[in-house]
Write a protein that binds this ligand. Sequence first.
Ligand SMILES: Nc1ncnc2c1ncn2[C@@H]1O[C@H](COP(=O)(O)OP(=O)(O)OP(=O)(O)O)[C@@H](O)[C@H]1O
Ligand SMILES: [Mg+2]
Length: 263
Amino acid sequence: MGEGEFGERVSTGNAELDSMLEGGLLRGSVTLVTGAPGTGKTCLGLEFICHGATQMDEPGLIVTFEHFPKKLLRDASSLGFDLPEMERKGMLRILFTSPEIFFEQAQAPGGLLDTMVEELGAKRVLIDSISHLERLTRDAVKLREVAFTFVNALLRHGLTVIVTQEDPDITGDVAAAQYGISYLVDAVIILRYVELDSAIGRAILVLKQRASSHDKRIREFRIAAGGLKIGEPFADREGVLSGLPRKREVDAFVEVFGRKGKS
Ligand SMILES: Nc1ncnc2c1ncn2[C@@H]1O[C@H](COP(=O)(O)OP(=O)(O)OP(=O)(O)O)[C@@H](O)[C@H]1O
Ligand SMILES: [Mg+2]
């Protein structure tokens, strides 16, 4: 990826998402991907890591706190990503660990994170998901400190990082995504379920990107082999992030009564 107006860009592996981000993620930045369970956070992260490992000669590290390693491999395989093959080629390492161990190791210079990043020559990292850090403490102030230390540890190596976070709200106002670590990161991407004409769809929005402009429009997407298939912006809807978008009054009016001159 080329040099953008605000620094070098790293492709997410998804051309539409890159264009929403005005060229991609900033190299050496941390991006938070937040959304309800099943919205596609892991899928987006895998696309980013696998694109680096297979297309860009950028080794990737996946750190997961999930309990079932097989699930990650199965999910990746259903998207068409062969993680074991990437591991064999030395382009990927997957670290299944606990938040306690990882947090301790991430802080220590020469610890597990440093060693893995150096051995692999990692350029990209996926942390899936940071919500598990909440297990470390119930104290909100302490949790902020933990998150701060954690993000800084990741940035020490100039890595480009995607961190996922579970958003307990299935749908809801965008303000709900503003809590947690979003103030610490360089960019925030929100995934949401939306009800569209009585069916459940998905929506994606780049909420913020530090030191750069970005597409402010909410776009529809679906998940299929290869990753996120991002479609058109919700041009004729309002309130998409509430989960229950309404057609704009004028569009609804036109739909019911037809355009002037048309029957
Ligand atoms: N190959 C595929 N084709 C179509 N849909 C798929 C495919 N692979 C995964 N999905 C869909 O992707 C969704 C899961 O996405 P993903 O695991 O990325 O969500 P998540 O936000 O990480 O969820 P969680 O919070 O539970 O980890 C599932 O609902 C599944 O239907
Ligand atoms: Mg997931």
